[in-house]
Write a protein that binds this ligand. Structure first.
Ligand SMILES: Cc1cc2nc3c(=O)[nH]c(=O)nc-3n(C[C@H](O)[C@H](O)[C@H](O)COP(=O)(O)OP(=O)(O)OC[C@H]3O[C@@H](n4cnc5c(N)ncnc54)[C@H](O)[C@@H]3O)c2cc1C
Length: 411
């Protein structure tokens, strides 16, 4: 049977592909597009949900780094993403309740923007559309993986639609609750923060002026990310689980008043809140990134606290690195699904993901704890960063994706 071919048996459809990507979130689709553009491999993306329809707007946005922008630019989709609602931010202001503060400006880093706020759905939509141009790649919507069987030279996958897929490599891009990771018996290290993030779109009386703002309260950080309308921002408010439930139940006016208390001194009054959703927060790390014929990426591999806006960016770098490893393996006539090849991807991403997720967790602990010693460390740390711009700029450049060892697509 030819690669990518389909055979109908009495009860199910059997399909053979080179690569099956389980999960059509942004990192999974990015990998599919890179493979479709630069290889002749047949690629299937299995996505449990229906395709994205932009008339059903979702409040979830992501802060995209310069490195992620370069990936989208090289794949030729940045202008289409830009045509959707996008807002650059040129400054980040952070402060805590005691009045300690730190800020970052794009001019001091010699950049036009520190990053971009993009609706997750808008990126997914553009990637789904772009993939339609390639006959070697196909997205199977409303198709949920329900069984996985590992063989020596391939993986068999069954879906709730009665299809059976046969792949030389399976990519787990199926998010934090990854079915592939669980069925492949990959152990997960998990730390529950016992917190939830309330996400919503808010309207303020003052213009956001392209500034991303973050206030570190004792209960957790509250972030405001500027949207394309100058008076609208995206809210990510982290709270202990019980308090988050109370705030979710507040009437819109009372919710706005509570937010105004946080931001009025530094920014503005909050007058409208729309599309409140809450997300349970935890730090997760899979103990193995790869197994023979299986590779994990994105939230299936790691989840981090959203305070630094890095989860999606880390997933995009995973996708770009895995693409490069597969591409190189093909050029050298090597089996791209073999453990030896995939281990290179694992080592590469561990070296980049590990310091990032540990660093985010440290920041989280540093601002959460209120013991005198940790408060002193926090204040001294901020003072050092403010007094030594070289150190501050080094960390800022690192966070926005200006660092060594990135995959070619992100350079
Ligand atoms: C409140 C909040 C704010 C955030 N803000 C930012 C930010 O500003 N910047 C940033 O970089 N990151 C941010 N993140 C993180 C970012 O949203 C995630 O890292 C990113 O969405 C992960 O993408 P993913 O594709 O790996 O997982 P997901 O987005 O969860 O996608 C997984 C996909 O797999 C599909 N799927 C699951 N199981 C199956 C199955 N069995 N069969 C078929 N399909 C399946 C799902 O339907 C889904 O489409 C934030 C996260 C949260 C919670």
């Amino acid at each position: 049977m030819d690669v990518g071919s389909e055979v109908r048996f009495r009860h199910f459809v059997y399909m053979k592909h080179d690569i099956v990507i389980v999960g059509g979130g942004v990192p999974g689709l990015t990998l599919a597009l890179a493979l479709a553009q630069s290889t002749s491999l047949s690629v299937a993306v299995l996505e449990a949900r229906d395709c994205v329809r932009l008339f059903k707007r979702d409040a979830r946005v992501s802060a995209i780094t310069q490195a992620s922008k370069r990936i989208f630019k090289k794949l030729g989709v940045w202008s289409a993403i830009h045509a959707q609602a996008i807002q650059s931010f040129t400054r980040i202001e952070c402060w805590d309740e005691a009045g300690n503060e730190i800020d970052f400006h794009c001019e001091t880093l010699a950049m036009s923007a520190l990053g971009y706020i993009v609706e997750n759905q808008a990126i997914q939509f553009v990637l789904q559309e772009a993939l339609q141009s390639y006959c070697t790649a196909q997205i199977f919507y409303s198709t949920k993986l329900i069984a996985l069987h590992e063989k020596e030279d391939a993986i068999m996958l069954s879906t709730d639609t009665g299809q059976v897929f046969h792949a030389k490599l399976v990519v787990a891009a199926d998010g934090a609750m990854s079915f592939v990771r669980e069925r492949a018996q990959i152990i997960l290290d998990k730390k529950d923060y016992n917190e939830e993030a309330i996400v919503a779109t808010i309207t303020t009386t003052a213009m956001h002026e392209q500034i991303a703002r973050q206030c570190f309260l004792k209960t957790g950080p509250v972030a405001l990310l500027p949207l394309s309308d100058s008076y609208r921002t995206s809210l990510v408010w982290t709270l202990p689980t019980a308090e988050a439930k109370q705030y979710m139940d507040l009437k819109p006016d009372d919710f706005c008043k509570a937010l105004t208390c946080v931001f009025s001194k530094r920014f503005s009054e909050v007058v409208v809140v729309e599309g409140r959703q809450s997300f349970r927060l935890c730090k997760q790390q899979a103990q193995q990134c790869v197994k023979p014929r299986i590779a994990l990426l994105g939230d299936a591999l790691h989840t981090v606290h959203p305070l630094a806006g890095q989860g999606m960016n880390m997933g995009l770098l995973d996708a770009a690195a895995l693409f490069e490893i597969i591409h190189t393996a093909i050029a050298h006539h090597r089996d791209f699904g073999s453990h030896a090849v995939l281990r290179r991807y694992a080592r590469w991403r561990k070296a980049d993901n590990f310091p990032m997720s540990v660093g985010i967790d440290w920041i989280k602990q540093l601002f959460a704890a209120n013991t005198p010693v940790i408060s002193l460390v926090r204040v001294s740390g901020l003072q050092i960063l403010n007094r030594f711009p070289t150190i501050k700029n080094y960390f800022a450049r690192y966070a926005v994706g200006e660092r060594n060892g990135l995959p070619k697509l992100a350079q």
